[in-house]
Design a protein around this ligand. Sequence first.
Ligand SMILES: [Zn+2]
Length: 473
Amino acid sequence: MNKHLFSLALLCFLPLFLTGCEEPESTRYDIKGTYSAEDNTFQGTLDLTYYNDTGEDLTSLAFNLYGNAYREGAKNPPLSAAYHSAYYDKLDYGSMTISSVEGGEGWSVGGSDETLLTVDIPALAAGDKISLSIDFSTKLAKVNHRLGVGEHCVNLANFYPILCVYEEGWQECGYTSVGDPFYSECADYSVEITLPSSYEVASTGTQSGTIKGDQKTVKTEAKGVRDFALVLGNWTVSTEKAGDTVIHYYSLGGENASDYLAIAKESFSYFSETFGAYPYPTLSIVETDFCFGGMEHAGLSMLNEKLDKETMEYAIVHEIAHEWWYEGVGSDQRNHAWMDEGLAEYSCVLFFEGRDSVYTREGVVSTAKKAIRSYVSIYSQLFGKSDTSMDRPNDKFVSEYEYTNLVYNQGIVLFDNLRESIGDKRFLEGLSHYYAAHRGKIATKEDLISSFSRMGVDVQGFFASFLEGKVII
Ligand SMILES: [Zn+2]
């Protein structure tokens, strides 16, 4: 036995002795299905093993069916009219259909906009498990969005029924065109997709696969992830290792791929050292068709392939920061989007200020302040007043413009002012404590605030003044 093996044995022995080496129970999604490029549909089965860790007895489970927000006639469609150019061909629709649920006592699709599946179950005591099997079909619209057939790639985010978070009842996530309407707990995933061999697959987790003629099957395993996403396409893939994590960069053919991979690796390493370790073996940065800058998923970032170089670099760093803020430390981004977006933005400031970059701390903060002032001026003229409160549900922002200014830009100013008032050391200590205490779980805004106040600094009033929009910027 060499020294390395000996340490591993010791590490395994200690938990075995102390706890029986049992891992905590986790909810598990086993998804198997086929993607048909002819009818743009993923047809599959979700075998779910749900572990009731709510502390309450349950008689139902509820799932968000985000894919059904893309259907014709949806009350809350995924894109506002301002972004209809994402429908690159013509306005198009998708859907998510449930055909059967086994293991429950009845089911229905409803909620505020037909995006909620409720399954009645035999009484499930706290700490017990139940298994369900759900057959579903997700038809993709032709749209450059999180879920859709894009101009070059197929984006498969939010393509399966995903459990709602249980907080005094199941939390339905109605879709909103403003912000990210997603909210979920971490779980283990095994996803097996059969698809035309002509596609390559970028995904959350670690892949293995087999090819049979013009079809191939790709299997992906991911442990303890908040969601699961795939992108199908054809890329030039380059790879770097950072610590124990393999970073893949999926390029659609532009000339800057090596620079983008380098900045992905540098920011990943910086965030790992500054905030805490990233626990997964892979991270995939994927150029694809997306009408905004980028979108975070567990271990996978979608990036708009049309971004110019400077914007792309910023977007890559922002999306990677979300692996710490939202994917790592979960938060209710439907109601408190400033928590993850503000931190992802400020993480960019922290990263870029240590480099020779166009994005300096002073520059980014001053641009954010100017943008907020201009928002205040425009909205005051338009509506006679402007509301600069940040902590509101996404559907209470009247436009993407208001949301961007109050969640992203005001988020930058909030965290910069906090850093200035408590000093760099306590600011960074607060962030690493927040990550260590809440990674893999869901944090509230009080958890975030107390990660700073626990060091003896009174920041309650400071946060309140920003969140309630009382601060003058
Ligand atoms: Zn973001």
